[in-house]
Design a protein around this ligand. Structure first.
Ligand SMILES: [Zn+2]
Length: 491
C-alpha cells in the first residue's frame, strides 16, 4: 500500500500582507511535502487563510471595503507568495470557502448533539486586535501584552464548549502519544498548563457578524479559532473523499504563539466530535533580526516578495532551510543569504555542474558516456542519514549532508583530473554526472527551480522514486548546458 502524508501549515490571518514568518512556515512545510512526494508517498499539503472575525471586519471598514472585498484582496497576496516561493500546496483553503463553512457548522452541530455546548455569559477583558480575552494577570497595566492597547471589559451571552470534560482524556492522549507535540522539549510546558485545569471555552460571539452563524442560534457567530481549526478537516472534504484517505493529518506545522490552540483546544474539539486527533503538531521558532523581533511599529518587517525578487526564491529558501534548525528561533540577515548563495549554491553546486558539463562536451561529444558510477564516490552519499534527518524535520542537517556530497564530487574531480586522463575519463565523468543527478533529486524539495534546471541540463528529465539510486543516468543522452545555475552576487 502506498504510504500517505498529510501536512498543513497554519492558515494565515490576512489582516495585513504576508511577512517573512508566513513564508518561512510555508517553505519548511513545502520542503517536507516535496520530500515525501519524492519518496513516492501520496501527499496532501494544505495552506490557506483564516478570514473571519471582528478584526477583519474592522480592517475592512478602515479600508472602506466590504469584508468580502478585503479578504479577497488580501488572500490573493498570500497566494502570490505561494506562487513566487514555489509552495506546492494541494489546497489553498479559505475559511470563507462555502464547503469549509458547511463543515464548520456540521462539526459544531456534532459537538452540540454530544451535549458539549451550553449557553452562558462571558465577561472578560478583551483585546479586539487579538480577538481574545485576557486574564487580568496577563495584561500589562491593563493593556494587551501584544498590542499595548487597553483591554475592554466585555460581557456577552456566549455558547461554551465543555472543554473541562476532556482534561483527563487529553492528558491520557499525551501520555500514549509522546510524539504528538514536537519538538519534544515543548511538551512539558503544555502538559503542565493542562494539569492546572482546563476551563470551558467560549465559542460564540454576538459582537461581530463577519463569520459563521451557529446552526442552533443564528444571532451567534462562531468564535474564529473554533472556525479556523476546522480547516484541517474541511481541506480534505470531511467526512468523505480525501478525508478518508488522508486523515489523521501527519503533522500540523505551526508557530509557538498558537500552540495552545493546536495542542489542546483542537484535540478536545475532535474528541467531542468523534474524530481522531492529528498525529503530531510541530512547533517552529520565530525569525528575528539581529536587533530583535520584527514588528510593524518598528518598521523593520521583511517583505518576503521583495526578498524573492532580489535574491531568487531558491536562494532564500535555501538559506532558511539550511541555516535555521527547525524548531528553534533563527536570525535573519541578508548577508547570510548572500553568503550561502555564493559559497554553496554558486561555488560548490553551480560550479560543479558547469565543470562537468564542459568536460563532457570537450571529451565525450556532449553525450553522457557509457560507464558505471565509481563506488568510491557513491559511498560518500549517506542517503540513510538524509532520510532520518527529514523524518525528524531536520532540514538543516539533511541539507548539510547533501552539500557534503556535492563537495565530495568537487574533490573527486580535482583528485582525478579527468582532463589529463586518457581511457579512464569516461568513468570519472559518468560518475560526476550521475552524482549530480542524485544531488539534484535530493535538492528538489529545497531548491526546486535549480534542481529542475540541473536535471534538464544533464538530460535526465523528470524522476520517480526509483531514480533515487546510482547508475540511472542513461548513456548516450545529450547534455544541454544552459545558463549558469547561480550567479555570484556582490550584495
Ligand atoms: Zn491584542
Amino acid at each position: 500500500m502506498v504510504k500517505k502524508f498529510y501536512i498543513t501549515t497554519a492558515i494565515d490571518y490576512p489582516s495585513a500582507r504576508p511577512h517573512l514568518g508566513h513564508a518561512y512556515e510555508k517553505t519548511v512545510s513545502d520542503s517536507l511535502a516535496r520530500w515525501h512526494r519524492l519518496l513516492g508517498e501520496e501527499v496532501f499539503f494544505s495552506t490557506g487563510t483564516d478570514e473571519h472575525g471582528l478584526k477583519i471586519q474592522r480592517k475592512a471598514r478602515q479600508a472602506k471595503k466590504t469584508p468580502r472585498e478585503f479578504v479577497d484582496e488580501m488572500s490573493a497576496e498570500f497566494k502570490k507568495l505561494c506562487a513566487e516561493w514555489d509552495i506546492s500546496f494541494d489546497r489553498f483553503i479559505r475559511t470563507t470557502d462555502p464547503d469549509h463553512e458547511e463543515v464548520s457548522r456540521k462539526i459544531f452541530q456534532k459537538v452540540f448533539d454530544k451535549g458539549d455546548i451550553y449557553l452562558g455569559e462571558y465577561e472578560g477583558l478583551y483585546c479586539a486586535d487579538c480577538e481574545q480575552y485576557y486574564l487580568e494577570k496577563d495584561l500589562v497595566n491593563g493593556n494587551c501584552p501584544v498590542h499595548g492597547t487597553k483591554a475592554e471589559l466585555v460581557r456577552e451571552p456566549s455558547y461554551f464548549f465543555r472543554m473541562s470534560k476532556y482534561q483527563k482524556q487529553l492528558l491520557d492522549f499525551f501520555e500514549k502519544n509522546p510524539g504528538f507535540i514536537l519538538p519534544r522539549a515543548r511538551k512539558a510546558e503544555i502538559v503542565n498548563r493542562v494539569k492546572e485545569g482546563l476551563r470551558d471555552l467560549s465559542v460564540s460571539r454576538t459582537s461581530f457578524s463577519w463569520g459563521i452563524a451557529l446552526p442552533n442560534d443564528p444571532k451567534h457567530f462562531l468564535y474564529v479559532w473554533f472556525d479556523a481549526l476546522i480547516n484541517y478537516v474541511s481541506a480534505v472534504d470531511y467526512p468523505k473523499g480525501n478525508f478518508k484517505k488522508f486523515w489523521p493529518a501527519d503533522v500540523h506545522v505551526i508557530g509557538t504563539d498558537i500552540s495552545w490552540f493546536h495542542c489542546v483546544i483542537w484535540p478536545c474539539m475532535l474528541f467531542s466530535a468523534g474524530i481522531e486527533p492529528p498525529k503530531s503538531v510541530f512547533i517552529h521558532g520565530f525569525i528575528k533580526l539581529p536587533s530583535g523581533k520584527m514588528s510593524k511599529s518598528k518598521g523593520n518587517v521583511v517583505d518576503p516578495l521583495d526578498l524573492s525578487t532580489r535574491f531568487g526564491s531558491d536562494s532564500v529558501r535555501y538559506f532558511l532551510l539550511r541555516d535555521i534548525p527547525f524548531g528553534e528561533d533563527g536570525v535573519f540577515e541578508e548577508r547570510l543569504i548572500v553568503e550561502r548563495h555564493n559559497s554553496e549554491l554558486a561555488n560548490e553546486l553551480g560550479n560543479l555542474l558547469n565543470r562537468v558539463l564542459v568536460l563532457i562536451e570537450k571529451n565525450c561529444n556532449g553525450e553522457i558516456p557509457q560507464a558505471t558510477t565509481d563506488s568510491a564516490l557513491a559511498v560518500k552519499l549517506n542517503l540513510k542519514k538524509i532520510q532520518t534527518n527529514m523524518e525528524r524535520f531536520e532540514t538543516h542537517l539533511a541539507l548539510a549532508e547533501i552539500m557534503n556530497f556535492v563537495k565530495a564530487c568537487n574533490a573527486y574531480i580535482n583528485e582525478k583530473e579527468p582532463w589529463k586522463l586518457t581511457g579512464k575519463q569516461q568513468k570519472v565523468l559518468y560518475s560526476a554526472a550521475d552524482s549530480l543527478r542524485m544531488a539534484a533529486i535530493l535538492l528538489s524539495p529545497f531548491v526546486p527551480r535549480a534542481a529542475g534546471k540541473m536535471l534538464e541540463q544533464l538530460g535526465a528529465g523528470p524522476f520517480g522514486k526509483n531514480d533515487l539510486q546510482f547508475n540511472k543516468l542513461k548513456a548516450g543522452t545529450k547534455t544541454k548546458r544552459g545558463e549558469v545555475l547561480f550567479k555570484k552576487t556582490e550584495k
